[in-house]
Design a protein around this ligand. Structure first.
Ligand code: AMP
Length: 404
């Protein structure tokens, strides 16, 4: 029997999301989430494929306790971490810097390098590292693979990756555009090619990952050539709580005239801006409900969101020169038909259009929503970051097995 299961771990600062997948058929054996780690009211929700969801509430002190609890839940379903069927653990790592261009088997050197990147990813990499260390302690013998959110974007040319600031200063502080959501952009651009009946290297795709965080990418022949997030996930599109693009001088103004500290501005731009800052809501369902009820602030927020999105579609169209498809994904992109309709409205001259009936249909499968004769296809392609992490992890582990 060859080991065919991969456990995918996505460790946040106070949460761990996990999925156990069987790579023979892509089946999900269990999915779950531990949240509010370190608080009195921690909660673990575990859903095995073979039965009902179970919940544990009560304090879970740290990531170590969280992973042990996850291991117990999996073991209760006969899916324990000690099973010989477990081939590897795949970890989502947010920041891989310039050098991690591929999924990487984790050893002490790789851990040290992820740690070295903490200054450019202070919120995410420490939590990812904690998850890796805890999982390694639980199964030291098992291959553990880091799959980086930035990796897909490392193919960006310098002209897209560099900010136009003094080169020595930028290099001294590793300031450049890294981009994020790479696992999703990789998965969705490939799935879009498949939907068009083409190989990934035959198509140019604009991917719009619109979730609570949001980013766009321009993918030429399977390789990312530009993306909207930068040094951090703050740049680019209007998001649930992040401002996206802004004149950097706003920050100096807030410091000098508004008397705000760097930390206060960081919180303002990352947590209290975007849709929530504009209208008090960051859920597109609620915003649409308010727009339909005639709420002016919600309408302004929606219009600003769409205006920015449209600018990126136009910019990436120009970057690519020829576009075969525009793909919408993530919570908003997959579900909010009015966002898709408005983002593409008026772009007929670019060959882009949405068929109203197709756009209104809901579903879990990749689908085209453009008219049959559209020059550029518009698609809805549900993202699956866990499957992508598992696929990359398994391919790496099996590939190296075949070499030995
Ligand atoms: P994600 O970060 O990909 O999980 O996306 C979460 C966001 O998707 C939520 O904040 C909502 O704004 C949006 N969303 C989820 N479901 C819907 C829906 N049915 N209609 C509109 N927006 C939705």
């Amino acid at each position: 029997m060859t080991a065919s299961r991969v456990l995918v771990l996505n460790s946040g600062s106070s949460s761990v999301k996990y999925q156990l997948l069987d790579m023979r058929d892509g089946g999900r054996l269990a999915v779950g989430l531990v949240e509010r780690i370190g608080e009195e009211t921690s909660r673990l929700k575990h859903t095995p494929a073979c039965g009902e969801s179970r919940e544990r509430t009560g304090p879970i002190a740290d990531h170590d306790a969280a992973l042990k609890a996850v291991a117990e839940e999996l073991a209760a379903d006969g899916l324990g971490l000690d099973s010989p069927e477990l081939a590897a653990i795949g970890h989502r790592v947010v920041h891989g810097g310039k050098h991690f261009t591929e999924p990487t088997v984790i050893d002490d050197t790789v851990l040290a390098e992820i740690e070295r990147l903490i200054p450019v990813a202070p919120l995410h990499n420490p939590a990812n590292l904690t998850g890796i260390r805890t999982a390694r302690a639980l199964r030291p013998d098992l291959p553990q693979v880091a799959v980086f959110d930035t990796a897909f974007h490392t193919t960006m040319p310098e002209s897209a990756a560099r900010y136009a600031i003094d080169v020595e200063t930028a290099d001294a502080h590793r300031i450049r555009r890294y981009g994020f959501h790479g696992t999703s952009h990789a998965y969705v651009s490939r799935a879009t090619a498949k939907l068009l009946g083409k190989a990934p290297d035959e198509v140019n795709v604009i991917v719009l990952h619109l979730g609570n965080g949001a980013s766009a990418s321009a993918v030429r022949a399977g390789r990312c050539v530009d993306t909207s997030m930068g040094l951090t996930p703050l740049e680019g599109l209007v998001m649930g709580t992040r401002s996206g693009d802004m004149d950097p001088a706003v920050i100096f103004h807030l410091m000098r005239v508004g008397g705000m500290s760097a930390d206060e501005i960081d919180t303002l731009l990352n947590k209290k801006s975007g849709l929530i800052g504009l209208c008090g809501d960051n859920d597109m369902r609620e915003i649409r409900r308010r727009v339909d009820a005639g709420d002016e602030r919600a309408k302004l927020a929606f219009d600003i969101y769409i205006h920015r999105l449209k600018k990126y579609i136009g910019a990436y169209y120009a970057v690519l020169g020829r576009v075969d498809a525009v793909a919408f994904t993530a919570g908003v992109g997959e579900n909010a038909a009015p966002v898709r309709e408005a983002a593409v409205a008026g772009l007929e001259e670019l060959g882009l259009a949405v068929d109203a009936e197709r756009n209104a249909v809901r579903g879990d499968e990749p689908r085209l929503i453009s008219p049959d004769d559209a020059r550029v296809k518009v698609a809805v392609v549900p993202t699956d970051e866990e499957m992508e992490i598992a696929t990359q992890t398994y391919a790496l582990v099996k590939g190296s097995e075949n070499l030995t």
